[in-house]
Design a protein. Sequence first.
Length: 276
Amino acid sequence: MVLNNQLINSPMEFRSKLTLPHKANFGLELELDKIDLLEVRELVGRNIGGDFSVKNDKSLTTGMNAEINTPVLRNSKATWELLKRMGELLKKINASYDRCSFQVNFDGSLLPSVEDKVRFLKIYAMYEDIVYRFSKGEDLSYRDSLEEYASPIILTLKGVLSINNDAVVEMFSNQKRYGICFKTRDCDLIEFRTPNMTDNVCLWQNYVTFFYYLLNLVHSGKINMREVDEYISNYSRIYILENYEKEKEEKALQLSKKLFCNSTDRINFMHQYLGK
């Protein structure tokens, strides 16, 4: 298709600033494996700054690993120049990413009520197949630990929706099993856990942009919740990730039109989703 060829031949470029509002707070968690923790901590402290924390990640099995946590960030030229330096540093560190994730956190105020959270979980579940293929980034496959630490929610959500909204939110809160988590212990955050780790800052920008606007669908008026409820009710596939790997260009394109007003956002999303 012409669309495919245009996207394949148009590499993404680093942007000094995204289309998100400046006040949109976010944070990143970067997992590195087969690397010396103290070395990473020293390099980050010397080259990036003391506001980035570096600690051991218990979800990685080698014992030689690190998790880098950013401070609370805002969409600004200074933020993205800092993160660009981080990406360049990671390329020099040359860690393994085989089991590693790239996690994006947003302020919980984007979904202030229980009803908002349930509505978002439903929308997320309807487009979860798009989310997972997009989350492979430049990789040909999902990371090794995906099903263990960021599994799909749709069947679990379908089962718990019959109880009550509080039970639904509780199921996806303060856990490291599903691709999305509501963090409420000593914080109020919405965490996206599906992306494979990468040191490509253009992909970091794509993830922050995509997940921010996905959250904003709840209040956009662009989603027919009756269609969403019907989709979840009728969903019965067992091999979920196998199905999610299949390219669904038309569904992804329709989602991009709901998400993005900016053409660059839409093109970058489709470029990454198509995996070229």
